[in-house]
Design a protein around this ligand. Sequence first.
Ligand code: HEM
Length: 222
Amino acid sequence: MKKEYIYHRFERFWHWMQALLIIFLGVTGFEIHGAFTFFGYENAVQYHEIAAWSFIILIAFAIFWHFTKGEWRQYLPTWKNMRSQADYYIFGIFRNAPHPTKKTVLSKLNPLQKLVYAGLKALIIPTMVVTGLIYMFYRYPQRNEVLGLNISGLQNVAVLHTIGAFLLVTFFIAHLYLITTGQTVTSNLKAMITGYEEVPEKDEKEIQKVEVGTPQIGEVAK
Ligand code: HEM
């Protein structure tokens, strides 16, 4: 085994803060939605607002980091290895086949992750922020902010915000499972805590074989 440096310090901080904030926004948001009572409705609204502003500040720092470090390129979707990655999740993973793509600091996302994370960053999170802000300011017309927005009702905004929340919950559940599918059950988790991932050196040849154009997981596993 050798150690590969994958996640920078800011990246790990951002990841865990984002995780905490999204979980907290989900809990307070679904309480506002009426799904259960925990903090009490008024507290939930207040906490949701505080967490939302913290999330927006975190997003501003993350955008700055992604563009100054060029990390936004990690999310550019690609077809390369898409088929072998899908085969891996459907079949290979249950046959102990090697991972079809190698994780490095320059390319830490597999083709399916690139697609899902690009969708989250470009679509779901912006939808949550924009609908959340409209929701926030529409509720308090005495602050005058809504006058310029010319929105006649909150129904569509609330539906979009809630659909986004359900999608984030779905992502979160899938994410918890996928965390366990690294080289070992805990290697992905450890990498996001320490920055380093333990990878077997012997895997490299097999991985290169797949990247050169052997997309069938069954063949690689032999
Ligand atoms: C910056 C991002 C966000 C902002 C500005 C925001 C803002 C808001 C506001 C103002 C409300 C209405 C509160 C009220 O009724 O007074 C709300 C409701 C809600 N939020 Fe957020 N929110 C954000 C992110 C999130 C996230 C990430 C989630 C889920 C993970 C979430 C889930 C919900 C849910 C489920 C509701 C209840 C919707 C309804 O029943 O109509 N929010 N949000």
